[in-house]
Each structure stands twice: as C-alpha cells, then as structure tokens.
Unconditional design. Structure first.
Lengths: 396, 311
C-alpha cells in the first residue's frame, strides 16, 4: 500500500459527500434539486464542467422518483450509481427505494435529513429517512462531515459486496452547510480500497440475456424476500470487516456499528444517531468531570440494526436515555421503539426513557444534555421513568 | 431457420426470431405481434425496459424470459427514466449506443404507462435527448389491470370503469394525442405505426435506430379481450383504423411531417368501418358516432395541413 497522506480540506457536509462520490469514481449520477441536498449535485456538476472527472454521466432528471428510477436503470446495466435527496424528495422516491433493494442494486444515496411538511420546514429531522425503514435499504447516520465522506466510500464497498443499496444520512445545515476539516483520501488509495464494481449480473451480456424483476408467483416471492433478509444479516459482518479495513488503511476505525464510550463504568448512556451525538459526546466528557457516571452509544447503522452490540451495551448499564430526532405517530421515537424491541429478548434490561429532541431543527445543546442527564439520574434512582416518552423541548 | 442467407437478405421483415413461443399473451394480441417485430428489427443486442403492462406478463414470470434480449421490468411510471439511466450507464461504461451497430435501448410501454402515469418520465426522457427508442403500444385502455380507461381511450368506448348502461356510456372524452405532446418536445423522430402494416413499422424502427437522440413510435395494437372483438380480426381492425383515418400513419422527422402509405392513398372510409367488429362501441348511438366522426375529420384535416405546411 502507498503511504497514506491525507488531503485536508475545509468543506461542508454536502461537499464532503460530493468529493466522496467523485473519489468512489461513480459512473452515473441522476438527481433532482431540493434544499438542503442541492449543493451535493451542484458540486458534482462542477467537477464535470471543470473536467475533473472522467466517464461520469450526469442525468438531470425531472423528479426524485425519476432520479431513483434512472439510478436503478444504470445500476442494473452495471454502472456505479449515486444520487442524493432530502425529505419530500425521498418520500417521492419511496416506491423506487423498494425497487432498488428488491432488484438487489447497490446504489448509494445521500439523504440530507430534513423535516417533512406540512408545516414547511427545511431543517434537521430524521423522520424522512426513518420512514424508509422497511424498503430494504441499509442506513448509516453520520455524526460529522468526516463521517459523511468516509460513509459514502465505505457504503459502496458494503453495498457492492452484499448487493443491497445504502443510504448515507446527514443533518440538514448542521452538517450539510457547515464547514469543517475533512481528511480526504488520495485517489489511488481510494481505488485500492474500492476497486471498480464487479456485478454478478448486468444487462450487457447479449449472448446470455436476463430479465430482472419479472413476476414471481406465491411459490417464489417468499424466497426472494428471504434472500434480501439474509443479505442484511450478511451485511452486519461485511460492515464490520469493511469498517475495520478502512481503519487499518486510513486510521479511522468503523468496525463498530454502535460507537460507544465509557460503557464499562457508566450508570446510564445516551443513545442516538447523527449529528446530535456530536453534542452528546462533548457534553458527556464535560459532565463526567462533574461526577456523572455516564457514557454514550452512537448508532451508526440503523439498517441492518446492530442487535448484538446493543444487547452487549444493555448488559453493562442501568439505564439508556434514547434521543430521537424523529417520531412515529401513535407510538414513540423510532430508535427507542427499535431498541426496546431488540432488548425484549436480552437477559438484562436497563431502564429506558425516550426524549424527543430537535424536531424540525430545534436547537439541541450541551445544556440540554445536562438537563436530560439530571432527569435520567432520577429515573434510574426510581427504577422506572415518570413518562416513557418525554417531549423535552415543549413550550410549557 | 431453413431460409437461405441470400433470400433472408431480400426480406422486408427479418426472418430471425427473438421472441419465443410459449409467451402468455391472449389470442389475437396486437402487442405481442408488435414486440415480435421490434425484436426482429433490433435483434438481441437490445436492452428492453418494460413497465407494468400486459407485456411484463407476456414476457414471462420468473424465471422465464420470452425475449432473447435483456429486459428490465420496472414500475409503472418510470419507463423514460429507467431508459435514461440505462443509456447513461452504457455510455459511462464505454458502449456505443444506437446507430447501425450500437446497443439499442428500447422502452416498450402501454398507453396507460405512457399517456397517463408515465407522461412525466417520458417528457424528461425526450427533453434530455437520450439515444434510445420509446415505443408506446396503444391498446387504448389499461388492459392488464382489467380494461380500465386511459387517456388514450377513444370517445364512446366501453371500459370496466367507464361502462355503458341502459341510459349512458361514460367515456365522453376524445383520445389524448400523445404523439402531439411528444412532437412538442421537438424530438428528432416520432412516428405512428400499426401492426397491420409491419413493413412500415420495421422501416420506422430502423430509421429510429439511425437517427441520434430520442425516438418515439406510437404503435396501434388491437386488444380483442378489451375491445370485445373477434380474435381473428385484430389485423383487420388495425387496418381499418388506418383506412378510416382514425389512426393515420405518419412521421415527424427533424421538424417535417410526412403522411405515409396507405394513409395518403384515398379518402378515408367512414368511422363505422372501424367500429363494426368491436363490442366496446356498442353503446354508441348514431349521433355519438357522428361526434367521433367529426373528431376524426378534424384531426385528419389538421394532420394534412401540417404535412402540407411543414412537409
């Protein structure tokens, strides 16, 4: 391996995504503008206009539905395909997300989390991506711009290994439009880590034609679903291996699907996804100095869900404060709901409380973490939560 | 095939077959005949995109493929977009697309998937200028879901959701002129064709192959099941559609209109000739037939003028 000398650039989360797509040598990009995603595609278009990329076909489609459909056509043909969207655009794609996963096409997409309308909002909220939970896509939640960049490159490798599409999720504005230092990988080393795609089947073997997506009778459909389910199971191992390899080559280890700290001596941990966990990490270190016995568990991969890792964490702590920047109406925070489901069969069940935070871009600060820590302390002492779901920010 | 090579070369319809027997089309299906001609014209170096429509079933349930060509089954409204993605991928991967020896990217979609739910993706596909051929096989209703009206259903036709009853028939709108919408995109090549005139259809398919950019062909394809017509009359009905000027044959090439034989031949026959074998029109009274005739006359005059002025 050539010696790794990172290229440091100050970029937004969206530009980090665009550079990652470029370094992954994507061959087809089909996309439609939507705030706050648009600057990803603008940057890629700029790469093309400046002659910085070769053999990249850019398809400026007339809707997100067609963006995903074009990526599906491209990926089935054998190309490495990429797109990006947000909120309403992702919801419009919904049908085709099922199609991409069902046809086992390793498309990678960045979703910039944005709240669903109405009322109109362009700010951060995870409900758009979490509403795509059952489409068969893998989902990776980035905490910062570096994870957006690393996530896109790793996602292609994972997706192309298990033939399942992957979504890299970043926060509206908090990451998408905020500039930060990102360590980029020299092209030849990305090439070493991520060689050209080698699809099992393409639409270009003209002597052995195939059909993709034909009708399956009740006698066959069931097995198709099972295979996709197994691919997600296999992905758990592949994600760990790819994350480990990435760490060995570039120094940033992603072998954990849940990044965790202070679990062994923590009374309780904060659990959540995405950029809000950056705030939590900062606050946890601060509060520990003040005597709080706390840690954190940052869920990187929501699909496939890291069940074993969560059960292990649960076995070591007395409580989990689940922070959800999302909500499933008629139920509760989505991560909270998922975590409870996973822990039902665990031997040790910590006390859990759900804090609904930051919806529609409501600010979530270190001070908020402190207040939740104080509240959670009482929950642990009492052995049960006062309320299971706490609309923490509500104006009273 | 048993046909000597020197004879094969002289045939106006290629002898080679790439559409297998054992497909699941109904008896007398116009669409299956059309698909067979497309395969004859383009051969196996072709990638088909077929959305939800009869042909996605005709092409065979998993693990079968009636076509000796690659086929991507896709969602109803996505034909144009998927074709665009396939074409872009081929170019990125270094393939020659369209032209004499390039890979053919073909969309094969019904009228519902084209005139209604797929219209947006079709528009995007045409406007972006992909090197591909979109063929709308027009059987004038959603046949695969059980004969519901589409934008392409003609005035007076019975369908299951625009039935005829003792008092009324519900289909009071004239057929949507999808080809006019296509031409409004100033595409390099657009044409109508009919399964009753296969040589004309094959010639148009071959022309569409040669002309760079997006091409569009609207193929008139009778459906005995949905039209309540005898299964041995499909070709005759398609021929009468042309002869009555209900569905005239013409081409639009680089801004010029050209009416094709036999639409140029003589005065159109009365519309009753086209209606006569089809049970779907049985609810129409004399005055309803006159309304349809007036529409046909108007559209035919318009086309003749266009060919005259922009010929």
């Amino acid at each position: 391996m050539t010696e790794y000398k990172p290229i440091r650039k100050v970029v937004s989360g969206n530009y980090a995504a665009a550079y990652a797509a470029k370094h992954a040598r994507v061959q087809v990009v089909a996309a439609y503008p939507i705030t706050p995603q648009t600057s990803i595609i603008e940057k890629i278009a700029e790469f093309i206009a400046n002659g910085e990329v070769e053999n990249l076909q850019y398809v400026p489609v007339e809707s997100e539905h067609s963006a995903m459909a074009a990526c599906i056509g491209a990926s089935a043909t054998g190309a490495r395909a990429f797109t990006a969207t947000s909120a309403q655009g992702l919801a419009l794609m919904h049908e085709m997300l099922h199609w991409a996963a069902g046809a086992r096409l390793p498309i990678v997409m960045v979703d910039v989390n944005r709240a669903m309308a109405p009322p109109w909002s362009v700010w951060d909220d995870q409900t758009d991506s979490l509403a795509q939970r059952d489409t068969g896509w893998m989902q990776f939640y980035a905490e910062n711009n570096q994870e957006v960049y690393d996530g896109v490159i790793m996602a292609f490798k994972v997706a192309e290994t298990v033939n399942v599409p992957a979504m890299i999720v970043e926060s509206a504005f908090i990451l998408s439009h905020t500039y930060d230092v990102v360590e980029m990988i020299p092209q030849e080393l990305v090439d070493e880590f991520l060689p050209p795609r080698k699809p099992l089947y393409t639409l270009t073997d003209f002597d052995n034609p195939i059909s993709v997506g034909a009708l399956a009778t009740p006698n066959d459909y069931y097995e198709f679903r099972y295979k996709l389910a197994k691919a997600h199971e296999e992905a758990v191992k592949v994600i760990k291996d790819v994350g480990n390899e990435f760490g060995e080559m570039f120094g940033r280890d992603y072998s954990e699907m849940i990044e965790k700290e202070h679990i062994d001596d923590a009374d309780f941990v904060f659990m959540g996804m995405g950029s809000l966990m950056g705030t939590v990490k900062e606050a946890v270190e601060l509060l520990r100095k003040e005597g709080y016995k706390i840690g954190y568990a940052k869920v990187r991969w929501f699909r496939p869900f890291p069940k074993e890792e969560l059960r292990e964490i649960a076995s070591k702590v007395n409580g989990i404060a689940v922070l959800d920047r999302n909500f499933s109406f008629g139920q509760e925070g989505i991560l909270f709901n998922e975590a409870k489901g996973v822990l039902y069969s665990a031997k040790s069940k910590p006390v859990m409380k759900n804090y609904i935070v930051g919806l529609g871009g409501r600010d979530f600060t270190v001070d908020d973490v402190r207040k939740i820590a104080e509240d959670m302390k009482k929950v642990i002492e009492k052995g049960e939560p006062d309320v299971e779901v706490d609309w923490y920010h509500l104006k009273r | 095939m048993g046909i000597p090579e020197n004879v094969k070369k002289r045939l106006s319809i290629p002898a080679d077959e790439y559409f297998y027997a054992g497909h699941t089309a109904c008896q007398g299906c116009g669409a299956s005949l059309g698909l067979r001609y497309v395969l004859k014209a383009y051969g196996k170096k072709t990638i088909f995109t077929i959305p939800a429509c009869c042909s996605t079933i005709i092409a065979g349930a998993w693990p079968y493929n009636t076509l000796e060509a690659n086929l991507f089954h896709t969602a109803f409204e996505t034909t144009g977009a998927v074709m665009g993605g396939i074409e872009a991928a081929l170019k990125a991967m270094g393939y020659k697309v369209k032209g004499e020896d390039g890979v053919m990217v073909v969309g094969w979609a019904g009228d519902g998937g084209t005139a209604d739910i797929g219209l947006q993706a079709l528009s995007g596909f045409l406007e972006r200028g992909h090197d591909a051929v979109y063929i709308m096989y027009d059987n004038e209703a959603y046949m695969n879901t059980g004969i519901q009206r589409s934008g392409s259903t003609p005035y007076g036709a019975w369908t299951t959701n625009t039935p005829g009853g003792k008092k009324h028939f519900l289909e009071k709108r004239h057929k949507k002129k999808v080809i006019d919408i296509v031409i409004a995109h100033e595409v390099p090549y657009a044409a109508t064709a009919s399964i009753a005139f296969p040589e004309d259809f094959i010639r148009k398919l071959k022309k569409a192959r040669k002309i760079p950019g997006p091409s569009f062909i609207q193929l008139f394809s009778p459906c005995p099941t949905g039209w309540r017509s005898p299964t041995d009359k499909s070709i005759e009905i398609a021929r009468l559609a042309v002869q009555t000027a209900y569905f005239p044959l013409f081409e639009y090439e680089n801004g010029k209109y050209k009416i094709n034989m036999p639409s140029t031949k003589k005065e159109p026959k009365p519309i009753e000739e086209f209606l006569k074998y089809q049970g779907r029109f049985k609810y129409m009274m004399k005055e309803d037939i006159e309304i349809l005739q007036q529409w046909v006359n108007h559209e035919w005059e318009k086309l003749k003028k266009l060919a005259e002025v922009f010929g």
